[in-house]
Write a protein that binds this ligand. Structure first.
Ligand SMILES: [Zn+2]
Length: 249
């Protein structure tokens, strides 16, 4: 496959501007804080089948995991554990953080990939990336691998396109057990029951870092308490998040 260098800055997220303005006005306040859009509000919006409260920022659409990731990058960059800037590869870009990452952390340009999403700048398969070896300074690939049957090939591809010394955020939903996968489970309802979502093909467990290490990565897990000052935890509303996984090549 020929390398693709079709570079397009990720477009701003598509929101219903009127609805967003009404929500933002209705929820204005200072009780909670979103580090993605850097604004306060009195409540985040509920989401999920369980109507999880205080989950989604009304201003930018960021979920709990996005807010924690933003804080984590700031904290670890400040400690010198990771370097921002250079070339960023964002896999399956999450609209709420794609632009923020690209601009606030000096990434220019941000290249994003997805098989189908119009939000991505390049249409590509994560198990066969159309980029040369050692292309990127940072990779963000969050909540993607649990959808991919051949996740080990996807991890190997991410490792291949990262430059030596580069870092990545490769988050997945994790249980406190061993990783469970069964390719014979294809019924959406059964997948939802055993993997947690209708289109997931596995539920990763505590051995997830070992799988990343198998692709060559150096892996570190950070508890949220190590990244966020205790006094700031309530205002970020990230109760459902535990750890952040970072990798280095
Ligand atoms: Zn926000």
């Amino acid at each position: 496959m020929q390398p693709v260098e079709r570079i397009v800055i990720v477009k701003p997220p598509v929101f219903n501007a009127g609805l967003k303005a009404i929500r933002t006005l209705w929820l204005r306040g200072r009780k909670l804080y979103c580090p993605i859009c850097e604004k306060g509000c009195r409540a985040f919006l509920p989401t999920g089948t369980d109507r999880r409260l205080n989950a989604v920022c009304p201003g930018c659409g960021a979920f709990e995991r996005h807010r924690l990731l933003r804080i984590a990058i700031q904290k670890l960059a400040h400690k010198g554990l990771l370097k921002t800037g250079g070339r960023l590869l964002h896999v399956a870009p999450e609209a709420s953080i794609a632009n923020k990452l690209a601009t606030a952390a000096d990434y220019a340009p941000c290249i994003s990939i997805d098989l189908n999403s119009p939000e991505a700048s390049v249409s590509a398969d994560l198990t066969c990336l159309p980029f040369p070896d050692n292309s990127f300074d940072t990779v963000v690939c969050n909540h993607v691998l649990e959808h991919i049957p051949d996740d080990r090939t996807a991890m190997a591809e991410l490792y291949r396109v990262m430059k030596p010394g580069s870092w990545g955020s490769i988050q997945v939903p994790m249980s406190d057990k061993e990783t469970f996968e069964d390719a014979t489970i294809t019924d959406p309802a059964e997948r939802e029951r055993v993997f947690g979502q209708w289109d997931h093909v596995r539920l990763y467990g505590k051995d997830y870092p070992d799988r990343l290490s198998g692709a060559g990565f150096r892996v570190r897990l950070f508890e949220k308490e190590a990244l966020v000052d205790p006094g700031d935890l309530p205002s970020l509303s990230i109760d459902c998040e535990q750890e952040v996984v970072f990798v280095w090549k």
